[in-house]
Design a protein around this ligand. Structure first.
Ligand code: SF4
Ligand code: SF4
Length: 377
């Protein structure tokens, strides 16, 4: 294909709402070859899907694959950071932190829609027979590595893709295709340079010391893993460092200087979900008694959600990945880390919720609630 085709694809992606787009040949890039050693060290924890050998070789993902198209979508909505001094209390009530990427609608759906539209555009422009498949965290694809070689940024010491203009609060979606496209980084060019320099803010700020060295994370220690992927009890040593996190963690992005001036995302689907008063709720479930938001949700509200409420509140949200049980476990730990003490305003109501979970037959929930109760003695 001609370079003009690649230029057309990038323009088309932007017209579909992507902030950036790049094209790369599907090759075994050096970073992909480090995955087996990372896995051998056990850093993936329970995330068995990361051991799929196709993740180290794009050629093995799809027969006849030649190229990857990477789309980047900013989700940096205009709200305070998790490291801002106002945390973790909101109007004096203990609040949890949900990772910025999960405040709004599920990014899988938002990106998938745009990627599918881009695939449709490809089918209109390139008439011959070819294959093109879209992936949003759904296949054995290391999006950030492909994005680096497509010229969209560098892999920072916090292991994320960083872009000089956009920082790192963005999603990546990939289209793998048998089309032989000209890459956006030419044969005689290099991908964007690493601009981390001597900075180590992310490494020093990580509350659980999840970085074993710059550019290498032990995912088992990361709060994102502990609050979302881990199905068992959170190991005792990580509970206090988890602070008020109930789903994911943004700290190593919040402290990054490249995010300080990153542009604000205006996509309505990524704004924090808010919930109406109970009398406006038509679902028949006991949804929030007052306005609630996924930005700094009150822990008392989270802990009071039934499984039916959880399904309602987090329908079409990335938060559902942790399941009701995971969110309850995490909310217990966050409450154990809160300033809630006997005699404070909400203590009686919250104690009732915790005692109910402590009596649960679910061993993990009961144990997490008992831990929280032991901390508010
Ligand atoms: S997301 Fe949080 S816990 Fe995980 S590496 Fe970054 S700062 Fe550490
Ligand atoms: S905080 Fe500093 S070291 Fe970490 S990713 Fe950002 S620039 Fe790189």
């Amino acid at each position: 294909m001609a370079l003009a085709d690649t230029v057309w694809i990038v323009d088309q992606a932007k017209s579909l709402g992507f902030d950036l787009c790049g094209v790369v040949r599907a090759e075994k890039f050096p970073e992909l070859q480090r995955t087996p050693e990372w896995l051998a060290r056990g850093y993936a924890g329970e995330m068995k899907y990361l051991a799929d050998p196709r993740r180290s070789n794009p050629q093995s993902v799809m027969p006849g694959i030649r190229s990857a198209i990477v789309g980047l979508l900013n989700y940096n909505t205009e709200h305070p950071l998790s490291i801002d001094p106002a945390q973790p209390s909101n109007d004096g009530q203990a609040c949890g932190w949900i990772s910025r990427y999960a405040w709004g609608d599920d990014y899988h759906d938002v990106l998938r829609e745009r990627l599918d539209a881009l695939v449709e555009s490809l089918r209109e422009r390139f008439k011959g027979s070819f294959d093109a498949r879209a992936y949003v965290d759904t296949g054995p694809v290391q999006e950030r590595v492909l994005a680096k070689y497509a010229g969209l940024g560098w892999l920072g010491k916090n292991t994320l893709l960083l872009n000089q203009i956009l920082g790192s609060f963005f999603f990546l979606g990939v289209i793998l295709t048998t089309l032989d496209l000209e890459p956006t980084v030419g044969a005689n060019e290099l991908p964007p340079p690493d601009l981390c320099g001597s900075c180590r803010r992310c490494l020093d700020a990580c509350p659980t010391q999840a970085f074993v060295e710059p550019y290498v994370m032990d995912a088992r220690k990361c709060i994102s893993y502990l609050t979302i992927e881990l199905r068992s009890s959170v190991p005792e040593e990580f509970r206090e460092p988890m602070g008020n996190h109930v789903f994911g963690c943004d700290i190593c992005q919040d402290v990054c200087p490249w995010n300080r001036r990153a542009p604000i995302a205006i996509i309505p689907q990524f704004q924090p979900r808010v919930f109406p008063p109970a009398e406006e709720n038509q679902t028949g479930t006991s949804l929030p008694p007052q306005d609630e938001s996924l930005h700094l949700p009150r822990l008392e509200w989270l802990l009071g959600l039934t499984e039916a409420d959880f399904r309602e509140v987090f329908r079409g949200s990335a938060v559902k990945r942790t399941r009701w049980r995971g969110l309850m476990r995490n909310a217990c730990i966050a409450l154990g880390n809160s300033t809630l003490r006997p005699g404070t305003a909400d203590e009686g109501r919250i104690r009732v919720l915790l005692e109910r979970l402590a009596a649960s037959e679910d061993r993990i929930l009961a144990e997490s609630a008992l831990w929280a109760l032991s901390r508010i003695q």
